[in-house]
Each structure stands twice: as structure tokens, then as C-alpha cells.
Design a binder for this molecule. Structure first.
Ligand code: FE2
Length: 283
């Protein structure tokens, strides 16, 4: 049975929070404002919050759980896990539950009915043409302890394993887990350094992805990877880099998984991460 939890927001740290916020606002078509040291970048379906801090460090990722029965099951499942202290985040509802992964990333879960939009401003549009829809859909982390992270997300938090990537010796190099019917909500990459890797905004189709690429071109924001098609997830994509060097992705056509989909197995090679050519390898 597929879960019904969706990524709604990423809260990133940055040593140049204002610059990062203005980049996301422009490049990904969001309004942005600052309140008590937090930059809020928002539009329908997508939210990026940014606070002063370290490059490549998440404050938290926020997931909304759609259904009250599923929320009850989640609280039951996680009742023995130590809870994170969320007092530093006044934008979160009181019902929010936070858990710290083995790399010290904070994952926050809220019932969807308690999730209040962080901005009441009307959605922003590009000056030249209306921007297509794009929703916060997944993100990725690099980790030095991939097996521990996989175990935490699948066993402790209950995400569903969609695909694994292994090298020729059978060592796990990446894995993709989902919180709903879409192939991955979170990708984990084995890497020499543990850090944030990228976030992705899902747009309805290939045509809208092209419009987003044209939008980046008008802004002179260089596409640094793609257009390509990932093996795991089968989504078409392109990626740009924000001023801190974090990757940010527009994706479309991501695989919709049935409840009974078996875990997919991939070889650790460039073609796995891009069926059409070159890949950014994390290890
Ligand atoms: Fe991605």
C-alpha cells in the first residue's frame, strides 16, 4: 500500500541567505520575504526557506501526511524514536514531529490539515511569460553512511524502498525511497562528504520542462546537467546550481509506482543516473 506523505518544504542554511533566497525567487518563480532572520520563498506547491548558516546544510525537510489514519499509524510507528526539539522553528505547527537522521538532518512531519502556508502573497509570475506549475517533490542527500541512512528512512520512518544502485562488488552506492506513489521522495547517495545534494520541483510534462529551461535561459542561469533522463524514476530533468553550489532540479514524467512494485536494481555507472549521457557521480 503506497503511503500518502508529500514533501512540502525544505529549509536550507546558507552563509548568504539573502542571495540564495533571491536566486530561488527568480529562478523558480517564487515570492520572497524575510521575517525574523528567515527567508520565505513560496509559490503554489513549492516552498524554500533559508536561514543564515552553513553551506550545504539542511535545517529541515517538511513532509505533510495526508490522511488522519496514516498520521496515527506514523505516530505509533515512531513512538520510540527520540524526537527533535523544533522550538527554533516558530513557522511549524504545534503538531509537528521531528526526527534526526544518522547524519543529523532533521525530518519534520505534520498532518496535512495543520500545514499553514507561509505566505499570503499572490503567486509570482515571470515578467515575460507565465511560468508553468512546479511542485516541491523530492530532495537528495549525500552521505558517508549509506546503509545506516537507508535503514533509518525505511525502517524507522517507514519510507518505501523503490530502487537501489550497487557497484560490481555488491556495495550499495545509492538508494531511492518514496513516501507516496511517485518513485522517490528522497534519494540517498553514498559520497565522501555528508551534505545536502539537491531539491527537485516536478512540472506536469516535458513541454513545461522546456518552458522552465527557456526561463532559465532568459535569466542566464546555466543548466549544469541535462536535459537527461534518470534511470531510477525515469524522470526527464535538468539541473542548475544556486549561489552556494547546491543543485536544483526541474523534473517531469517521474514513475508512478504501484503498491506492489518490486525494488529495482541498478548498476553503479553514469548511465544509471542519466540514460541519455553524462552524469554527476557522487562517488
Ligand atoms: Fe532529483
Amino acid at each position: 500500500m503506497n503511503l500518502h506523505r508529500h514533501l512540502k518544504r525544505l529549509h536550507l542554511q546558507s552563509p548568504q541567505a539573502s542571495a540564495l533566497a533571491h536566486f530561488y525567487a527568480q529562478a523558480f518563480g517564487m515570492t520572497c520575504h524575510e521575517d525574523r532572520g528567515v527567508w520565505f520563498c513560496t509559490n503554489e506547491g513549492r516552498e524554500v526557506l533559508i536561514s543564515e548558516g552553513q553551506t550545504g546544510k539542511l535545517h529541515y525537510a517538511l513532509f505533510a501526511i495526508q490522511d488522519s489514519g496514516e498520521w496515527a499509524a506514523f505516530t505509533q510507528q515512531t513512538q520510540d524514536l527520540p524526537e527533535a526539539n523544533l522550538q527554533a522553528y516558530p513557522e511549524l505547527p504545534e503538531t509537528a514531529l521531528g526526527f534526526i537522521d544518522p547524519d543529523q538532518n532533521c525530518m519534520v512531519f505534520v498532518p496535512a490539515t495543520d500545514l499553514v502556508p507561509t505566505s499570503s502573497e499572490p503567486p509570482v509570475q515571470s515578467k515575460s511569460a507565465p511560468l508553468p506549475a512546479a511542485e516541491s517533490q523530492h530532495f537528495a542527500l549525500r552521505t558517508q553512511q549509506l546503509e545506516n541512512m537507508k535503514r533509518f528512512y525505511t525502517e524507522a520512518l517507514g519510507f518505501t524502498l523503490s530502487d537501489v544502485v550497487k557497484d560490481d562488488e555488491g556495495q550499495l552506492k545509492a538508494c531511492f525511497v518514496r513516501g507516496n506513489e511517485m518513485h522517490h521522495t528522497l534519494a540517498l547517495f553514498g559520497a565522501p562528504v555528508s551534505c545536502f545534494d539537491h531539491q527537485s520541483f516536478e512540472t506536469p510534462s516535458w513541454l513545461e520542462l522546456k518552458d522552465w529551461a527557456d526561463h532559465m535561459g532568459q535569466l542566464r542561469v546555466e543548466i549544469v546537467w541535462g536535459v537527461g533522463r534518470h534511470g531510477p524514476g525515469n524522470d526527464v530533468f535538468f539541473m542548475v546550481r544556486d549561489p552556494d553550489g547546491n543543485l536544483a532540479e526541474i523534473s517531469s514524467e517521474i514513475e508512478i509506482c504501484s503498491d506492489s512494485r518490486p525494488v529495482g536494481q541498478w548498476r553503479h555507472e553514469e548511465r544509471t543516473l542519466n540514460l541519455w549521457g553524462k552524469a554527476i557521480m557522487r562517488s
